[in-house]
Design a protein around this ligand. Sequence first.
Ligand code: ADP
Length: 610
Amino acid sequence: MRGGFGGMGPAGVGRVWTPGGDGPQAGLKDVPVRRILVLFNPYRLLLLAVLALVLAGTGLDLAPPLIMRTIIDRALPHGDRSLLLKEIALMVALPTLSGLLGVLRNHLNVKAGQAIMRDLRQGLFRNLQRQSMAFFTHARAGEIIQRLTNDVFAIQDVVTQTVVSAVTQTVTVVATVAVIFALDWRLAILSLIFLPLFVLPVRAVARLRRNLRRETQRAQGEMAVHLGEVFGVSGAMLTKIFGREALQESRFTALNRKVMDLEVRGNLIGRWFMMMAGLLAPLGSALIYWYGGFGVLQGRMTIGDVVAFAAYLGRLYGPVSGLLNLGVTFGTALGVFQRIFEYQDLVPDVEEAPDAVAMPAAQGHIAVKGVAFSYRPDIYALKDVGFQVRPGEMVALVGPSGAGKTTLIGLLTRLYDPVAGSIEIDGYDLRHVTQASLRANVAVVTQDPFLFHASVWENLLFARPEASQEEVEQACRKAHIHDQIAALPDGYATLAGERGYRFSGGERQRLAIARAILRDPRILILDEATSHLDTQSEAYVQAALEHLMKGRTTIVIAHRLSTVLAADRIIVLDGGRLVEEGTHLELLDRDGLYAHLYRTQFARVTAARE
Ligand code: ADP
């Protein structure tokens, strides 16, 4: 298959796509946070309910240390059994209630979060489908899928968890601090002064781990790419042919070792981190029992105060370090959001005009008027090309490789717009008709037709979903492919495509012709396959094509002698310009480029086959 309609978009049209950087580290200022909030907007009621549940849950969770205090300071010293039992009942009831609210909160939160994720994916999908072919040929393989799946997945935690846990943590911290100040403000100040000392290292470690994680992921990615190259069919063959197994293995060894080293380092940091975190709680308690213990001895505090205090302080570590880490988490997520928004903002370089009209069923008159096109500034792939095709006429496009034939076809089907001149069908400028009506009138059969991983049946219906079984089979008969399909074990239900039944090149072309017959357009654009088919296959394809072209306006990039001979007119392109135009005999008479091509290309190919 040739390069196809690749390109960065026509020159003169603003660059519409910039590949995203791979370091998702953006500052708040780079990303419109408002835009992120807008995503949450449709679900604000749900989210308000979540917030209410967060507040209720946090309130309930504040109670246990106070209950302990009551038990120690009042129930036990006074031998108050009923108070003891009451407090114990509360000790069970409140966390149970809090747990139940938590389940509900989580449910609502996940529901809102996932709805937001769905909206994001849907919006991205819709905008990507609007893009012109230039975008798809320019995007790196896998990048689009990566953004729609991995990137959207990467912000899932932020959308569904982080926002809510940030709120929860803030509420917890504020409420806990208020309570400990109420208990004993001096002890509160003392413990709060030391708190940062405990949580700051946690933050540093978290950042280290995150960086290491990213490096590890990159190394794993490199390894995956390497494996894909080495064990892909073409790569494996290249390696074998050149006997380079040892080289490939030594490359792999290096990558493999890197992954191991990074994983080990990441784990070590993790251990240190756990150890330090494990030390914090006892140290904090010691501080409180030291100060509080003396307070009790001096009669300034009660035992219950000290116990409750220690319990509260223990609850602060988690939320405070969580809040400190929030910056890093959000920073990463913002980078990903930015990449997603970039895709959302892509403007297709071929767009439906706001006042586009539906083109009626065409007569099939094509006028190409002074058309120019360039993929890159100042290098014209087509320049000043003009010709007309009458309804029902069959025109062959010929020219050396790189002459601009594929580009011209791309313009005729409006995969691109010309940078100068215009193309009209029945007097309608392609830029001013709806794309749907254009596609209904023009069908394309490419060199190497694509089959989806679906049944043959579904692959055919793609051209016209409402076609009846009778119509589909009829089209296949006309395309000389019905018998082959019927002979398959599952007939039309046979799975085709990547992991399904492998149709040969000639069969795929005939399936594509059947699709075009089903579509029944007035105008047909053909890119004849350059690949050599065996004579039998060739004859079938030829017969199918003849059927298809009957009564339609046809423009075909011709590679076969039979096609140029059958054409009403031949248009010769060279270096992006129309250089000759006429019938086979006229052009042979002229003894120009066509005559040369005829002698070197068409006649020879035919001779080779006979
Ligand atoms: P043909 O089909 O006649 O072989 P093409 O239409 O494919 O010729 O190419 C015409 C010219 O445009 C060639 O010079 C080619 O290099 C250039 N071209 C084609 N596709 C692209 C692309 N995606 N980006 C940049 N230049 C391109």
